[in-house]
Design a protein around this ligand. Structure first.
Ligand code: ATP
Ligand code: MG
Length: 310
C-alpha cells in the first residue's frame, strides 16, 4: 500500500480581500491552496488582481482582510520568517543599470547569505541556462530590455528558493528565450513551488499543474487544465472566416466573434457537420480544432464580465 504522505499546502489563502487606499477593490474574498512542488498559474484580464495577490503572498503588501499562510507561517504576522525562502520576479522589474549580469546574480545570492563557492557555481549555471553567459560582463545598461528581464529571472531562479513568484516572467522575451525559460521553470518543479502569472496560454499549457482564473478580484475558476475544460460545452470548435449568418450559427452552437473570425462551439456532432457543410458550400474558410485553455479562459472571463477600470 502507498504510504499516506500528508502534504501541507505551501500557500493557503482564506477569504482574502484587498482594497487600495483609493477605493479600488483588487481582491474580493479569494481562497485557494497551492501544494508543494506545484506550478500554479494565475490567469485573468488586466486589472483582475493577479499582481496584487502575488505581492501579498510575497509579503510585499498587506491585505485588507483574510488569512495568508505561506510555508507554514502566518505571512501577515511573521513575514520575516519566510522571506529568505522565497524569491520574486516582479511584473515591472528590471535590474539596475550599473553592474553586469554576473555581478547582479552573484551579489544578489551573496546578499541572501549564500557562500561564495555555491553562489559562483549557481550564477554560472543559471546564466548559461538563461543564455546570458556570453554577455555576463556587459553592463546591464547596455543590454536590450529582454536581456535585462532575463537577468532578473536568473537572479530569482539562481537563489534555489523553495517558493518562487514569477509575475509575467517572459513578457518581452524572444521566442527562443521564452522556451528556454519554460525549460528552466519546468526543471524547478518538485524542488520548488512556483506561482506564475501570465497572459500567454501556451505558457500555461507548457507549465501549469493547476490554474486559477481571477476576474474582477474574484477567483472564478480553479483546477487542472483538464478540470477547467468542463467550462466549455463542447470538445471541439469550428473556426470560420466571414460569411455565414450569426443567428443560423447560434442555433447550432455557442458563437464567439473574434475579429474577422467566428468560433462556434457546436451543441452536438450533427451541428458540427451542418456548419462544415454550409461553410464548404458557401466557400467560407473553416477549421475544426480541439477546445483548449484559451477557449475556457475566454468563456469564463466573459461570463464574469470585463474588468472596469477603477
Ligand atoms: N498601488 C495601487 N493603488 C491603487 N490601485 C491599485 C494599485 N495597484 C493596483 N491597483 C488596482 O487594483 C486592481 C488590480 O490590479 P493588479 O495590478 O493586481 O491587476 P493584474 O491582474 O495584475 O493586471 P495586469 O494583467 O494588467 O498586470 C486594478 O483595478 C488596479 O487599478
Ligand atoms: Mg499584473
Amino acid at each position: 500500500m502507498e504510504p499516506v504522505i500528508s502534504r501541507e499546502p505551501v500557500i493557503s489563502v482564506t477569504n482574502l480581500s484587498k482594497t487600495y487606499q483609493n477605493g479600488a477593490r483588487a481582491l474580493d474574498d479569494v481562497s485557494l491552496k497551492v501544494q508543494p512542488g506545484e506550478i500554479f498559474c494565475l490567469l485573468g484580464p488586466n486589472g483582475a488582481g493577479k499582481t496584487t495577490l502575488v505581492r501579498i503572498l510575497a509579503t510585499q503588501l498587506l491585505p485588507s482582510a483574510g488569512k495568508v499562510s505561506v510555508l507554514g507561517q502566518d505571512a501577515i504576522a511573521h513575514p520575516e520568517l519566510i522571506r529568505e525562502d522565497m524569491a520574486i520576479v516582479p511584473q515591472e522589474g528590471r535590474p539596475g543599470q550599473d553592474l553586469n549580469a554576473w555581478d547582479y546574480v552573484y551579489w544578489y545570492l551573496r546578499a541572501r547569505g549564500m557562500v561564495a563557492r555555491e553562489a559562483a557555481a549557481r550564477t554560472e549555471a543559471t546564466l548559461k541556462e538563461m543564455g546570458l553567459w556570453e554577455i555576463r560582463r556587459t553592463m546591464t545598461a547596455k543590454l536590450s530590455g529582454g536581456l535585462r528581464r532575463r537577468v532578473l529571472i536568473a537572479m530569482a531562479v539562481a537563489t534555489g528558493a523553495k517558493l518562487l513568484f514569477l509575475d509575467e516572467p517572459t513578457v518581452g522575451l524572444d521566442p527562443e528565450a521564452r522556451v528556454a525559460t519554460w525549460d528552466l521553470i519546468a526543471r524547478l518543479r518538485k524542488q520548488a513551488t512556483v506561482v506564475l502569472t501570465t497572459h500567454l496560454m501556451d505558457e500555461v499549457e507548457a507549465l501549469a499543474d493547476r490554474i486559477g482564473i481571477l476576474a474582477q478580484g474574484r477567483l472564478v475558476a480553479m483546477g487542472t487544465a483538464r478540470e477547467l475544460s468542463r467550462f466549455v460545452p463542447s470538445k471541439t470548435k469550428v473556426v470560420l472566416g466571414e460569411g455565414l449568418e450569426l443567428p443560423w450559427l447560434a442555433a447550432r452552437g455557442e458563437v464567439a466573434v473574434r475579429g474577422r473570425q467566428v468560433a462556434v462551439y457546436p451543441f452536438d456532432e450533427a451541428a458540427t457537420r451542418e456548419i462544415i457543410d454550409r461553410a464548404s458550400s458557401n466557400g467560407v474558410s473553416f477549421a475544426v480544432a480541439a477546445v483548449g485553455l484559451e477557449d475556457v479562459y475566454l468563456r469564463v472571463v466573459k461570463e464574469h464580465g470585463e474588468v472596469v477600470a477603477s
